[in-house]
Design a protein around this ligand. Structure first.
Ligand code: TGC
Ligand code: FAD
Length: 392
C-alpha cells in the first residue's frame, strides 16, 4: 500500500465543536492508525487474517470500553470521544473498528449494565486491558433481522443451566475468551449469559470465504449441552431489550466509524484527482470529477454533523434508539456511495491494494448489514414517524 498521507477533511469546522480532550483522543488514535494499522492492513486483508497483535495497542489507546467507568478499567470518557475513536479506527479499517465495537459496546457494555458485581470485577478489567477478548452472540442461522425468534435455549438443572443451540456470523467468535450469549429460558424469555472458552460442549469454529471484513475474524458459536454455572447468568435482564440496548451503543459507534471510512476514500480521491493527468490536465479539472468530489465532501459534512449531534444527545442521556438508527443508516449509506465514487475516480488503480478504496467498499457492505440491516433501520424510522409497525 502507498504511504498513508491522510489529511482529515473538516469543511464546516467541526473541530471547533470539540474540546481539547476530544481532540487529544482523536489525534492519538489517528497517529496510532497511521503507525500501526495502515502499513499492515492490506496484507492482513489479502490473506484474510485478523491482526491479533493490534489488540494490545487498541487497549492501550483506551478503545476497549471508552465509556465504561475507570473503576472497571474503562476510559470513563464521553460519547464524543468514543465516537471520534471509532471514526479514526474505521478510517484504518472497518474490521479494526469492529473489534473495538464488539469488545466495548457488545461485551463490556452488557456486563457493566446487566452483570453482577462479581461478573464485572472478573471480566471488565481484563477486557479493557485486552488480556482477554469477548464476542456477542445474538444472530442465529435462521434468525438475523428477527432475533425475537431465536431458538438457543437454557434449561435450569438446579445448580447450573444447560445451554443448547448455535449462533452464526459472530465477530471474534473463535478468538473470544468470553461470549455474551442470548438464549431463551423455559418461559421463553430471552436471557443473557457468559459462556467461557473451554467449557465442555462449546465450540467456536471460524467462518471462511468472506469477501468483506477480511481482516476481521467471524465465526460460529455451537452449544451442545454446555453446563453454565448459575453465576454466569445476567440476573435481572429479560427480553429482547437486553441485547437491543447493547446494539444502541454499537450502532452509535458505527455512525461515527462509517464517516472515517468515507473520509479516507474522499481524501485519497482528492489527492489522486489532483495528481492524475489525462488529456493533458489533472483529472480534478474535469467537471464530472469535481461533481463527485463536491458531493462526497457535502455528504461527509452532513454525516459528521449528524454524528456529533447524536453524541451530544447521548452525553445528555437524550438520544433515542430511533435517532441512532437514522444515523447508522445514513452514515453507512453515504460511506458506501463515497467508496464507490472514489473507486471510479481512481480508475483501475482503485481496484488494487495500493489504495484503501476497494477494501473500504467491500468492508462497508458488511457494515450495511450487521447491527441491523439498512432496511431494518429504515423501518425503525418509518415506525417512529408513523406509529405503524411495518416489520411483520
Ligand atoms: P420490539 O417488539 O420492537 O421490541 C422488543 C423489546 O425491545 C425493546 N427495544 C429496544 N430496547 C433498547 N434499544 C432498542 N434499540 C430497542 N428496540 C426495541 C422494545 O421496547 C421492547 O421492550 P419491551 O419492554 O416492550 O419488551 O421487537 P421486534 O421483535 O418487533 O424487533 C424489532 C427490530 C426488528 C427493530 C429488532 O429486532 C432489530 O433491531 N433487529 C435487527 C437485529 C440486529 O440488529 N442484530 C444485530 C446483531 S449483533 C451484530 O450485528 C454485531 S456486528 C459486530 C461488529 O463486528 O461490529
Ligand atoms: P436477514 O435477516 O435474513 O435479511 C435478509 C434481507 O431481508 C435483508 O436485506 C433485510 O433487510 C431483509 N429483511 C428482513 N426482514 C425484513 C422485513 N421485515 N422487511 C423488509 N426487509 C426485511 N451478529 C451477532 O449477533 N454478533 C456479531 O458479532 C455479528 N457479527 C457479524 C459480522 C459480519 C461480518 C456479518 C456480515 C454479520 C454479523 N452479525 C453478527 C450478524 C448480523 O447482525 C446479521 O447478518 C444481520 O442482523 C442481518 O441478518 P441476516 O444476515 O440473517 O439477514
Amino acid at each position: 500500500m502507498s504511504a498513508d498521507l491522510f489529511t482529515a477533511p473538516d469543511y464546516f469546522q467541526v473541530d471547533d465543536l470539540l474540546s481539547d480532550e476530544h481532540k487529544l483522543v482523536r489525534d492519538s488514535c489517528r497517529a496510532w492508525v497511521k503507525k500501526e494499522v495502515t502499513p499492515i492492513i492490506e496484507e492482513y486483508a489479502q490473506k484474510a487474517e485478523f491482526p491479533a497483535h493490534l489488540v494490545k495497542g487498541l487497549a492501550d489507546l483506551g478503545a476497549f470500553g471508552p465509556t465504561i467507568p475507570q473503576k472497571y478499567g474503562g476510559g470513563g470518557m464521553d460519547y464524543i470521544s468514543y465516537g471520534l475513536m471509532m471514526q479514526e479506527l474505521e478510517r484504518g479499517d472497518s474490521g479494526v473498528r469492529s473489534t473495538a465495537s464488539v469488545q466495548g459496546s457488545l461485551v463490556m457494555f452488557p456486563i457493566h449494565e446487566f452483570g453482577t458485581e462479581e461478573q464485572k470485577m472478573k471480566f471488565l478489567p481484563k477486557l479493557a486491558s485486552g488480556e482477554i477478548l469477548g464476542c456477542f452472540g445474538l444472530t442465529e442461522p435462521d434468525h438475523g433481522s428477527d432475533p425475537a425468534g431465536l431458538t438457543s435455549n437454557i434449561v435450569d438443572k438446579g445448580n447450573h443451566y444447560l445451554l443448547n443451540g448455535a449462533k452464526m456470523w459472530i465477530t471474534n467468535a473463535n478468538l473470544a475468551d468470553v461470549s455474551v450469549v442470548w438464549a431463551k429460558d423455559e418461559n421463553g424469555d430471552i436471557r443473557g449469559l457468559l459462556v467461557e472458552k473451554g467449557m465442555e460442549g462449546f465450540t467456536a469454529p471460524e467462518m471462511h470465504g468472506k469477501w468483506s471484513l477480511r481482516a476481521s475474524a467471524t465465526g460460529e458459536l455451537v452449544f451442545d449441552n454446555v453446563k453454565i454455572p448459575k453465576e454466569n447468568l445476567f440476573p435481572d435482564i429479560k427480553g429482547l431489550k437486553g441485547p437491543l440496548s447493547c446494539l444502541n451503543s454499537a450502532r452509535y459507534g458505527i455512525a461515527w466509524g462509517a464517516v472515517g471510512a468515507a473520509m479516507d476514500c474522499y481524501d485519497s480521491s482528492l489527492r489522486y484527482a489532483k495528481e492524475r493527468i489525462q488529456f493533458g490536465k489533472p483529472i480534478a479539472s474535469f467537471q464530472l470529477i469535481q461533481k463527485k468530489l463536491a458531493e462526497m465532501i457535502t455528504e461527509i459534512t452532513k454525516a459528521q454533523l449528524l454524528a456529533w449531534r447524536l453524541g451530544t444527545l447521548k452525553n445528555e442521556g437524550k438520544a433515542t434508539p430511533q435517532q441512532v438508527s437514522m444515523a447508522k443508516r445514513n452514515n453507512v449509506e453515504i460511506a458506501v456511495d463515497i467508496a464507490r465514487q472514489a473507486r471510479q475516480i481512481h480508475g483501475a488503480m482503485g481496484i488494487t491494494d495500493e489504495y484503501s478504496i476497494m477494501r473500504h467498499m467491500a468492508n462497508l457492505e458488511s457494515v450495511m448489514t450487521y447491527e441491523g440491516t439498512h432496511d431494518v433501520h429504515l423501518l425503525i424510522t418509518g415506525m417512529d414517524i408513523t406509529g405503524i409497525n411495518a416489520f411483520s
